[in-house]
Design a binder for this molecule. Sequence first.
Ligand code: H79
Length: 469
Amino acid sequence: MIIAHCALSLVTVASLALQAVPPQPTAKQQDLDRRMGWFREARFGMFIHWGLYAIPGGQWKGAEVSGAGEWILQTGRIAPLDYMPLQAQFNPVEFDGDEWVRIAKMAGQKYIVITTKHHDGFALWDSRVSSFDVTATPFKRDILKELADACARGGIQLCFYHSIMDWTHGDYLPKRECDARNPEDADFDRYVGYMKEQLKELLSGRYGKIGILWFDGEWESTWTHERGLDLAKYVRSLDPDIIINNRVDKGRNGMAGLNGEGEWAGDYGTPEQEIPATGIAGSDWETCMTMNDTWGWKQSDTNWKSAETMIQMLCDIASKGGNFLLNVGPQPDGRIPAASIERLARIGTWMETNGEAIYGTAASPFTAPPFGRCTQKRLAEGRTRLYLHVFEWPISADGATNSLVIPALKNEIVAVRMLGATSFVSSATRLGDGWSISIPVIAPDSVSSVIAVDVVGIPATGEPKVSPH
Ligand code: H79
């Protein structure tokens, strides 16, 4: 009896232990993890908004038009038939795909998302189903093909932005107020057929393997959940590996960009011009942001963010498990604005030293460390590397020694290394529930200095976990 009872207990214990193992990811989750692999590693990308709107650059008939440069048709109440002739002026003689790729790489960016077609409907490639494209301009060259070849040469992952909303296509609905064409003549189903043909061209292989299809302009009433599901399925049928953003469907919660309740198509959330307050357990996301106040080139917009601000934004985003898609709006001559290049160069200098604290990292185990931000990576043998991004460098009490306090960290520390000051030998000592780490008197970087701290096991802070991965 006793023996039998013991055997039963063992079985019970064994089955409890089995239950404690996390459940196997679903096939859907496995497919997502497979497709999102490069994206989670990359963390930092370049958004490029370029099209006919760069020519007026925010001015129409000598008058300044408010708002973003690429919205000039709508904001300036320009009739599509008055806007479309800009095509005859498109001649960006300075365009050089290799130069754009060089700039992205200099900044430490791993992917480029370019507007194949923005809301104005102009195609930046040789489209067989539209004459409102780049080959019917004085420039004639297929911009996307040249950029795709440059990306392949430079090892940058090319991705395509594509607007569902189309202000100039005859079949798109609803029409702009200033469009004199009769909406009765428009056929939205025919428009969707046209969009699918264009997407087929873009995913034909001519432009290489495309990383993301980045939809936008999904908010008008003609675009429905059913159409979103159908379009996502169609794109996936053209490329089973492609990542599709959540704007293919109707789930986006305004500019905060993350999906609301419900089942929606799309692989990840797209906050626009904002950074979520915390990471979001179980979901991927990417904040897209302008360096000034416009996406498409606008002459009068000189409201540039500093490189320092953008470096701290990148740390903040990575610490919450997101990607940063930072925009440039090339000029009508094809050059990326000098103000953008300068800032990307400064970000790139920081990334050269500290990139390992961004690429392939997961969100912070701490809610809000007092010194700045934190990212982490799993290491071999069950260890974890914490990257402490120190925005507020401690002031030395005696001018000779200095220390940084990690308020709550139960794990043992096995190694500490200062990025950008590797000759400094750092040590860690227990302090209350956390640690005190010896650091240089002067910060190695004035914006964000990074300290790599290796701990045994998975970081235990005593706080609820915020992050997904
Ligand atoms: O391409 C850039 C912009 O031109 C484009 N998206 C970035 C990536 C953009 N389109 N619209 N906006 C930016 C702002 C529009 C906001 C609104 Fe709405 C559209 C307000 C109401 C409809 C989005 C959807 C926010 C709320 C619902």
